[in-house]
Design a protein around this ligand. Structure first.
Ligand SMILES: [Zn+2]
Ligand SMILES: [Zn+2]
Length: 639
C-alpha cells in the first residue's frame, strides 16, 4: 500500500470509531460521513438537535476517552487564515485550551500570537472566552463545547505553516489548540472548502471519503502529541512510491527543479541502507513531504517526524544530504529518545544536553549513509569531515562551549548573534565529529570487531524497542562502554561535558587518516552584522583598518541593500562564494539619510584542515578506515 492520496482508505475509520465510544461503533464506516455531518448540524442548529444528540450521547456513549474533533476551512486561501473549530466533549465546569509556545524546532515562537477571533458555544448557546495568559484560553461550560478561531500563517518551510493560493502546509502544533490535561485523547481533523484538485498528504492516518459531490479528507491520530508529529501538505503535488512492500515509503513533492529519476536514485539507496543498518523499519509507512525549487521559497531544511519528514531544498540534487539525516532520525531522537525531551512541555523551553548525539550523531550517520550507499565518494566523505572540523575550529566559542552546553543553549539560536562564532558552537558539527571519533576509538579498542553501528543498534534494542528513554550522555556512555569494553569516562568528560580541544590527529591516525593544515586566501568582510527580529539588519561592529572602515561604514548603520539585493540570510555562506578583491556595494541608512558605499572585500590568510588517507597506515588502521566508509559488514569481511 502506498500513501497515495488518490487511494481511498476506509480502514482508517475502524480504529477511529473504536476510540469514540459505543454510539459510533453502531455506525458502519459508510455512515461515518453522515456522523460528521450530524456533528456539524449540532453545532449550527438549535437546541432541539442538541438535546436529542445529547440524549443519544448520554444513553449510548460512555467514552472513557473521547475524540477531540477539529475542523478546518481553507476558504479564501489568499487571506492566509486557517478557520478552525475544535469540539471538545465531556467538559465539566470549564474548558482550558492552549496554543504551543514551541514545537519541534527548539525555539519559543508563541504560536498563540497568530490566533484571532476566538469564540465558543455549547448546545447552541454562546459562551464567553477568557484569555488567562499568552497561551491559554478558558471557556466556562458543560458537555460538548465548540471553540472557533482563525490562525494566520504564511511562512514557508518545514518548521512553519502556510496557507496561500498554491498550497497549505500545516504543522499541527502551529494551528490547532489543545486541551492541556487531555492530550492523550484521540484526535480527528476534517478539512473543508478545499480548492478544486487539492489533495492531502500526511504520515498520519488519512481517510478520503465521498460525501455527495464532495470529497471529505479526515486525518486522525491517537493523541495530540502524535497529531503534532504529522505535518500535512494540502494542495497539488506529485506522489510516488520509493519502497513498496509491507513497510512502504513514499514521497509527495510540491515544486519544480527535480526529476523523478534523481529523487528515486537517492532515496532508493538511503532508505534501504539505514533500515538494514538498524535491523528493520520501525514504521508501518513513511512519507517524505518535499518542497523543491520555487515551492521551497528559499526556506531550506528538514524536520523529522515519527513516520515521515518535511524537507525543503532548492533542487533535486540537494536532497540526498538532508534526506539521509532526516531518515536516520526515525531511530535517533524519534525512537532512541533522550529522557530530557519527554514528556513534551509545549509551554516553555525543554532543556536537553543530548542534542550533540540526537542531532550531531544523526549527521555522522547521514554522512556514513551517503558514502556507504555510494552517493558520495570517499573523497566527498573526507571533505565533509574536514569542513565540519573547520567550521568548529574557526569558532572562538569552541574553546569554552561544550557539546552539552551547546545542546542546552539551543533555545538561544533564535537570536542571530548567538549563532555567531564568538558565542556558540554547533551541536550538529561538533556532534558529527564526536560520533566519528567515538566510532574510531571503539573500532580501535575492539580490533574493528565493534563499532558505533553496534552502539546505535544496542540503544535501539535497549531503549527504543523497549519504549524506554535514555538518560542523555550517561546512557550513551554506558552503551559505548558495554559495546567497546573499558571506560570512556575521560572521552565524555573532556570532549562532551567540557570543551577540551579534540585530539584529531591522534584519533584519525587510528583510522589511517591524516589531518593537515593548509593555507588558503579568504575574503574578509571587515564588519559584523546584527539581524533584528523582522527584516532590519544593522552593522554591529567594523574592524579597524578594514576596507569597510576605509569606505566609511560605521557601527549602527542599517543595511538597506547588498549588491542591489536584500542582505543574504547567511552571510558566512555568501562569503564562501567570494574571493578577496570582489566588490561589495552597500546602501546604508544612517540618521534617516541613505548613502551608497562601495569597497573591495579584504583578504586574509587562513589555515584550514584537510583530511586525507595516510599511505603508510597500518593494516589495522586501514581496516578501521574501510569499516568507516563501507560499514560494519564490509569491514568485517576486510578483516
Ligand atoms: Zn506545498
Ligand atoms: Zn536533525
Amino acid at each position: 500500500m502506498t500513501l497515495s492520496p488518490r487511494h481511498t482508505n476506509l480502514q482508517n475509520f475502524y480504529p477511529l470509531a473504536r476510540r469514540c465510544g459505543r454510539m459510533i461503533c453502531l455506525l458502519s464506516p459508510r455512515d461515518a460521513g453522515w456522523r460528521d455531518f450530524g456533528l456539524q448540524l449540532l453545532r449550527c442548529a438549535g437546541p432541539v438537535y442538541a438535546f436529542l444528540t445529547a440524549l443519544l450521547c448520554c444513553v449510548l456513549a460512555q467514552p472513557a476517552r473521547a475524540t477531540i474533533r477539529y475542523e478546518v476551512s481553507l476558504a479564501n486561501p489568499s487571506e492566509h487564515l486557517f478557520h478552525v473549530s475544535v469540539t471538545v466533549p465531556d467538559v465539566r465546569g470549564a474548558l482550558q485550551l492552549q496554543m504551543p509556545a514551541w514545537n519541534a524546532l527548539y525555539q519559543i515562537r508563541d504560536f498563540s500570537s497568530r490566533v484571532q477571533q476566538a469564540s465558543a458555544e455549547s448546545n447552541g448557546k454562546h459562551l464567553e472566552v477568557e484569555k488567562l495568559d499568552k497561551l491559554t484560553w478558558r471557556i466556562r461550560g458543560e458537555g460538548t463545547v465548540c471553540v472557533r478561531y482563525a490562525v494566520f500563517w504564511d511562512s514557508p518551510g518545514p518548521f512553519a505553516s502556510q496557507l496561500n493560493e498554491e498550497h497549505a502546509f500545516i504543522n499541527p502544533a502551529m494551528v490547532f489548540l489543545y486541551v492541556p490535561n487531555r492530550r492523550a485523547e484521540a484526535v480527528a481533523l476534517t478539512f473543508h472548502d478545499l480548492p478544486k484538485d487539492w489533495e492531502v498528504a500526511t504520515p498520519l492516518d488519512h481517510a478520503r471519503t465521498e460525501s455527495g459531490a464532495n470529497l471529505v479528507h479526515t486525518v486522525s491520530a491517537s493523541g495530540y502529541d502524535a497529531f503534532c508529529d504529522g505535518p500535512m501538505e494540502v494542495g497539488v503535488f506529485r506522489t510516488f512510491p520509493i519502497e513498496d512492500g509491507p513497510r512502504p515509503v513514499a514521497v509527495a513533492i510540491h515544486g519544480d527543479n527535480w526529476k523523478q529519476a534523481d529523487v528515486e536514485a537517492v532515496l532508493k539507496r538511503i532508505c534501504p541502507y539505514e533500515v538494514q543498518l538498524m535491523g528493520g523499519a520501525p514504521f508501518n509507512r513513511y512519507l517524505f513531504i518535499l518542497h523543491i525549487g520555487k515551492a521551497a521559497q528559499g526556506a531550506g531544511g528538514g524536520m523529522e517526524h515519527a513516520n515521515g519528514t518535511a524537507i525543503n531544498v532548492s533542487s533535486g540534487q540537494a536532497l540526498a544530504g538532508v534526506a539521509a539525516h532526516e531518515f536516520f532520525h526515525l531511530w535517533n531522537v524519534k525512537r532512541i529518545r533522550p529522557a530530557s525531551l519527554e514528556p513534551i512541555d509545549y509551554t516553555r523551553e525543554q532543556y536537553t544536553r543530548a542534542l550533540w548525539f540526537a542531532e550531531g550523531v544523526t549527521s555522522t550517520y547521514g554522512s556514513y549513509t551517503l558514502v556507504r550507499s555510494g552517493i558520495w565518494s570517499k573523497q566527498d566523505f573526507y571533505s565533509d569531515l574536514a569542513q565540519n572540523i573547520n567550521e568548529l575550529e574557526a569558532r572562538p566559542a569552541n574553546r569554552w562551549q561544550s557539546a552539552e552546553q551547546s545542546s542546552l543553549d539551543a533555545w538561544l539560536e533564535k537570536y542571530s548573534y548567538y549563532n555567531g562564532p564568538d558565542f556558540s558552537v554547533s551541536y550538529y558539527s561538533k556532534g558529527q565529529i564526536l560520533g566519528l571519533l567515538l566510532d574510531i576509538l571503539i573500532r580501535d579498542r575492539t580490533g574493528n570487531e565493534k563499532s558505533l553501528d553496534d552502539v546505535m543498534r544496542k540503544m535501539n534494542d535497549d531503549f527504543a524497542r523497549k519504549g524506554k528513554l535514555y538518560r542523555d550522555s550517561l546512557d550513551i556512555r554506558l552503551t559505548v562502554e558495554a559495546v567497546a569494553g573499558g571506560s570512556f569516562a575521560d572521552f565524555f568528560e573532556n570532549y562532551v561535558a567540557h570543551a577540551e580541544g579534540l585530539p584529531y590527529a591522534a584519533i584519525l591516525g587510528k583510522a589511517g587518516l591524516l589531518i593537515e593544515k593548509q593555507e588558503i586566501q579568504r575574503p574578509d568582510l571587515g564588519f559584523a552584522l546584527e539581524r533584528e527580529f523582522g527584516a532590519k539588519v544593522t552593522v554591529r561592529s567594523v574592524v579597524a583598518g578594514s576596507t569597510a572602515e576605509r569606505a566609511g561604514l560605521k557601527a549602527g548603520d542599517e543595511i538597506e541593500t547588498w549588491n542591489g539585493e536584500s542582505v543574504p540570510r547567511r552571510v558566512e555562506s555568501w562569503l564562501r562564494t567570494r574571493k578577496p578583491g570582489d566588490i561589495l556595494r552597500l546602501q546604508v541608512r544612517r540618521n534617516e539619510q541613505l548613502s551608497n558605499l562601495v569597497f573591495a572585500l579584504g583578504g586574509r590568510t587562513d589555515e584550514i584542515f584537510v583530511v586525507s588517507e595516510d599511505p603508510k597506515a597500518t593494516a589495522k588502521a586501514q581496516a578501521i578506515r574501510a569499516g568507516l566508509v563501507r560499514g560494519s559488514a564490509a569491514a568485517a569481511a576486510a578483516n
